[in-house]
Design a protein around this ligand. Sequence first.
Ligand SMILES: *Cc1c(COP(=O)(O)O)cnc(C)c1O
Length: 391
Amino acid sequence: MIPYGRQDIDQKDIEAVISALKSDWLTQGPSIPKFEKALADYCGVKHAVAVNSATSALHIACLALGVELGDTVWTSPNSFVASANCAIYCGANVDFVDISLDTGNMCIEALEEKLLHAKLTNTLPKVVIPVHFAGQSCDIRAIGKLAKDYGFYIIEDASHAVGGKFENTPVGRCEYSDICVFSFHPVKIITTMEGGMALTSNETLAEKMMQLRSHGITNDPSKMQSASDGPWYYEQIDLGFNYRMNDVEAALGLSQLSRLDSFVETRNKLVAIYNEKLSTNPTIVPLSLASNIYSSYHLYVVRVDGIDQAQHRYIIESLRAKGIFAHVHYIPIHLQPFYQAKLPQDYALPNAERYYREAITLPLHPKLTPSEISYITDNLITLVDEIASKA
Ligand SMILES: *Cc1c(COP(=O)(O)O)cnc(C)c1O
């Protein structure tokens, strides 16, 4: 089976892990601050807080921004459930902004319209979490402008987008946002097995997130309420969690980071081959890419225009029968039973729902070969032609 995505681990990665395992620190060792500094420098941002998953990063990002009971957080329905769950963890309500059919990203016009309405009804969100779907940054400048106009915070869920760029600056720079979150799950661009990172240019937010990732404890005398009892002393000044990344994971991340640019270049080359092969069939529409964006291409997604649910399922099942692990990203979050129970009965997001009926994720990872791409595209085109001939 050709997987839809997978990690790329080389001998240097393995050696980095072994050397971390042989060191004195398995948990809180020197690789963690090194990995944080290296990724912060790569992105051109001041602070990076490594944690054990992007899900944890999203949670402490929301808490650091003060999300609490009664607040509202908006995100994209076309994402993994973690983009929304982080707000629920804080006791907040979640609402969704519909997507653009051509990019799979939060639609800026829909966001603006929803903000206008929310302002009138006094229901503005505290935080908006745009998701850089498939590795393509949202129009983060436009969202940043709306954040100023309407007064909300921005957490970028850039789980797909490490190594990508917006207007020639790296995703993670936080020029228009408060916090940006990466995931290092094995299917993502670089991996630490499990792991995530929260980046910010705001020192207060960084300190808050560092405290929250480790029980709400501080060793910093300037933050303590009492005088130190001695060299063992620490104070718990907030309610935090054990969300720490360990040193072995950070050592792997550091080693993977050295190949980030080449991973993303390879992904872009493979996407160009896909786009070329599929350009013969106008019914198969790859996600469009804005000219000011360099995508990290976590995923390669096409829409088969106008197909229904049964045809969609038929194509994906047939591809899998041929050894091609086609997938769907994502089931719209608002259709999940957990969210259905919270939302009004007539709640609908037409673009996200149509997109879900038509979208197919085709395999993409750095080890995918051009001949595998030919095999995949030949099979897809045959299936789409077969459906068209029956119509
Ligand atoms: C993978 C992913 C997450 C969660 O990442 P973990 O590191 O597995 O917690 C969150 N949001 C999006 C968009 C993702 O793709």
